[in-house]
Design a protein around this ligand. Structure first.
Ligand SMILES: NC(=O)c1ccc[n+]([C@@H]2O[C@H](COP(=O)([O-])OP(=O)(O)OC[C@H]3O[C@@H](n4cnc5c(N)ncnc54)[C@H](O)[C@@H]3O)[C@@H](O)[C@H]2O)c1
Length: 406
């Protein structure tokens, strides 16, 4: 146990149901504008306030809201605008879409003002900030969710369903990554029209590990019951040499996590080499195997060379389709195309808040997955030396893996 648990676990926190969830957005860049549009199509959700440092972003967001005949949010502009937004009594949920390094400060202050928090990935960039978020959520009894949208993708949800039903046997090893050729976008900072600083390159130029681990790790951690029936125990991490733009560190980071039960997870990150997009999602169990990239496939014991692809794979996906897909994919696709998973994620968040339910992912998931940002950096700087992973739950056990995403 890492620290004394003074206030009690919030792993399955249930709060007072909210008839209407009043949302305040902090950060109105590329990502947030899409979220504002989605939220306007979710019943029981009202956008009460918006905040950004760039006036043009506020203007564009107001235009999106006006196009949908939506709310009349209060606008906050200056460097302390986010604090005023958090202070407002007209907000239930602070939705953070700023740069990575500012998430924790905003989240902690928002919870201290009694607000629930949804934060973009990663939730925090240091272990100290991970603990601050946990401590505050426990003390304030507020929800904190990290908006890890990849957990809502169809294949990943299907594998979660299969894992919970035992179809893959015991999962012994899993892999996940963020491999995305962003060379042009990070050089120009024009990832869909960013208007603020090139914070991503600034952060990465001082970092030598995996700065963006949660898309790869989140869905695997859920399928393996991490923070439930097993824990991540230690990590080793290596970064390749850098080539090209010298402001970015190692081009490819590879990390291996070992769990308390002796299972392993491989996580990789690379955004500066020419290779096809992949989250490399793969799960290997005692009874079967599932992989999403580059082609979706399954294989089962005893004949693991008999790979199940194409139509047969589609049949399996249908057989083990997660209920969220039936619920949210069609409408989400109408609104957001391939980004329907974001709509599913937001719908679930609002549904749980309106019904006083625990959220799909809790604060311990958020900080554990985010803790890799600093842990991989420490290990990679020390030639891949093992680093212990904190148990942010302080030893609290959730008995059943099947509670996740139900
Ligand atoms: N889940 C996904 O698929 C996905 C995709 C893209 C981005 N993201 C995440 O979304 C977040 C934002 O990314 P983006 O691409 O929209 O970046 P962006 O630069 O376009 O937007 C960030 C905005 O935050 C504002 N901001 C920064 N500090 C602020 C403060 N103190 N007060 C008010 N506003 C402030 C900036 O002015 C800027 O407009 C990041 O965490 C990123 O990792 C997630």
């Amino acid at each position: 146990m890492n620290k004394e648990n003074i206030y009690g676990s919030v792993a399955q926190l249930q709060c007072e149901p909210l008839d209407t969830v009043r949302v305040g957005f902090v950060g109105l860049g590329v990502r947030a504008k899409r979220a504002v549009m989605r939220m306007m199509h979710i019943d029981g959700c009202y956008i009460s306030a918006i905040c950004d440092l760039v006036p043009e972003n506020i203007e564009e967001t107001m235009n999106i809201i006006a196009r949908h005949n939506g709310s009349e949010p209060t606008c906050y502009y200056n460097t302390d605008g986010w604090k005023k937004l958090c202070d407002s009594p007209d907000i239930d949920l602070v939705y953070i879409c700023t740069d990575w390094a500012s998430h924790a400060d905003i989240a902690v202050y928002a919870m201290q003002q009694g607000k629930h928090v949804a934060s973009e990935v990663p939730a925090a960039t240091t272990i100290a900030d991970c603990w601050r978020i946990v401590d505050t959520a426990e003390k304030q009894r507020r929800h904190f969710i990290m908006l890890e949208n990849c957990c809502y993708d169809e294949f990943e949800l299907c594998v979660l369903n299969m894992a919970q039903k035992g179809v893959l046997g015991e999962i012994i090893h899993a892999e996940g990554s963020y491999l995305h050729d962003l060379r042009d976008r990070i050089a120009t900072n024009d990832e869909g029209g960013r208007k603020w600083s090139n914070w991503q390159v600034e952060f990465m130029s001082k970092h030598n590990g995996n700065p963006y681990p949660t898309h790869g790790l989140g869905p695997i951690a859920l399928a393996m019951g991490i923070n439930r029936s097993d824990r991540m125990k230690s990590i080793v991490s290596c970064s390749s040499k850098m080539v090209g733009d010298s402001s970015l560190r190692g081009n490819m980071n590879s990390s291996i996590i070992t769990t308390e039960k002796g299972r392993t997870i491989l996580i990789q990150h690379c955004i500066t080499l020419p290779r096809p997009y992949s989250r490399a999602f793969a799960v290997s169990g005692t009874e079967g195997y599932a992989q999403k990239y580059p082609v979706q496939m399954f294989a089962f014991a005893p004949d693991s060379d008999n790979t199940i692809m194409g139509e047969e794979c589609a049949e399996l996906l249908e057989k083990y389709r997660h209920p969220f897909v039936a619920q949210y994919k069609e409408r989400g696709t109408e609104l957001c195309g391939r980004r329907w998973i974001d709509y599913a994620m937001d719908c679930r968040l609002i549904h749980c808040l309106r019904n006083g339910l625990p959220l799909d992912m809790n604060v311990y998931d958020a900080v554990l997955w985010s803790s890799l940002v600093e842990l991989t950096d420490i290990s990679a700087r020390n030639s891949g030396a093992p680093v212990e992973i904190p148990d942010f739950t302080r030893g609290h056990i959730i008995e059943s893996d099947t509670l996740i995403f139900s």
